[in-house]
Ligand binder design. Structure first.
Ligand SMILES: NC(=O)c1ccc[n+]([C@@H]2O[C@H](COP(=O)([O-])OP(=O)(O)OC[C@H]3O[C@@H](n4cnc5c(N)ncnc54)[C@H](OP(=O)(O)O)[C@@H]3O)[C@@H](O)[C@H]2O)c1
Length: 322
């Protein structure tokens, strides 16, 4: 089969295509014929940083990057009862760890996959993996969002943020989202109740009494604290260090500041399949590249040519089933 390998961290041109043997699904795994692949900022970060590469893949080299897939089950390992050959599935495979998604076939733990809703395309499903899992786990598992909550999503036009807006709305929350002005219409079309242009407005002058802030972009913790009610929660997608002023103001309002570290979890991908099936969540796909143009997809994401939503790959090689 065709796969895209990486020998050591580097630029997009460090990625190279080569033939390799199809993986054999171990117990609890299924072999998926990949139809579409989602690309995330995490793909770029791991590709370009040997320390991150080591955290994900240990000593193994070369490696096959990638975590987000949609495709068709072609074989099942022992002890797999959830799926059978022919099922269309999607999911975030082995994150954090060895995902091996940039390939014609991937052996994936069945527990990391869900059935793809029939009316959702492979591209849409592949776009709804790591970013959507992050939004879901941040809002539901950490912040425990509920109906009536007021939620501010920073970076509401981005991969994580545009899912967060939709998930929070599906939970019955009131949602404000920040982005640049060019993405205002997109953010409102996702269901956000109000939009704030982070370049021209200060959120803390406009929003008050919020329950949850999701920071998916470099936010300003002091302004997020100002936006929240006492006992509110901040969840960030980035690790950050903050000074005594932030600690003091957060403590004074009993505000918890947490960092999400997304993980492949059966409950998350199953819940996302339900949200996609009902139409409550729909990915915004900025651009679709052919599998052969994987390097160009990395470059587009890395060089900030992706102005909103997700980048996906399709057009994987057509070879005979195993
Ligand atoms: N810890 C984890 O488990 C985890 C998981 C997933 C992602 N992440 C990280 O979370 C971050 C977001 O990921 P993503 O996939 O959503 O990235 P993305 O698709 O690049 O989206 C980022 C969005 O943030 C907006 N933005 C930029 N600066 C902003 C600011 N100052 N205020 C408000 N919005 C701003 C941009 O919108 P405009 O174009 O409209 O300016 C952009 O659409 C990345 O750093 C990623 O590495 C972490």
């Amino acid at each position: 089969m065709q796969a895209v390998f990486l020998n050591e961290a580097g630029g997009a041109d460090a990625l190279y295509a080569a033939e390799t043997a199809q993986p054999v699904p171990a117990s609890g795994e299924v072999l998926v014929k990949v139809a579409a692949i989602g690309i995330n900022p995490a793909d770029i970060a791991v590709r370009s940083d040997n320390a991150l590469l080591g955290m994900m893949y240990g000593e193994q080299r070369p490696v096959i990057l990638g975590w987000d897939i949609a495709g068709t089950v072609v074989a099942c390992g022992a002890d797999v009862t959830a799926f059978k050959a022919g099922d269309e599935v999607f999911g975030m495979v082995n994150f954090p760890g060895n995902g091996s998604a940039y390939a014609e076939y991937t052996a994936a733990p069945a527990a990391h996959l869900a059935l793809k809703p029939p009316h959702v395309s492979h591209e849409q499903a592949a776009a709804s993996c790591l970013a959507a899992c992050t939004a879901y786990q941040a809002l539901l598992d950490i912040a425990a969002v509920k109906a009536g909550d007021k939620v501010l999503v920073h970076g509401a036009s981005g991969g994580v943020g545009h899912f967060a807006v939709q998930i929070a709305k599906a939970c019955g929350a009131y949602v404000a989202g920040t982005s640049s002005a060019q993405n205002r219409d997109l953010v409102l079309s996702l269901g956000a109740d109000e939009h704030i242009d982070y370049r021209s407005e200060n959120v803390s002058e406009r929003l008050h009494g919020f329950d949850i802030v999701l920071e998916t972009a470099p936010g300003n913790l002091l302004s997020s604290i100002a936006v929240l009610r006492s006992g509110g929660k901040i969840v960030s997608t980035a690790r950050f260090e903050y000074g005594a002023d932030v600690s003091e103001q957060a403590a004074a309002k009993q505000i918890a500041i947490d960092t999400i570290k997304v993980r492949s979890q059966p409950a998350t991908i199953t819940a996302l399949a339900t949200l996609l099936a009902s139409g409550a969540c729909k990915p915004h796909i900025h651009q679709t590249f052919a599998f052969a143009d994987l390097r160009a997809a990395h470059s587009a994401l890395e060089n900030r040519q992706v102005t909103a939503g997700k980048v996906v790959l399709n057009g994987l090689p057509e070879s005979a089933n195993p």
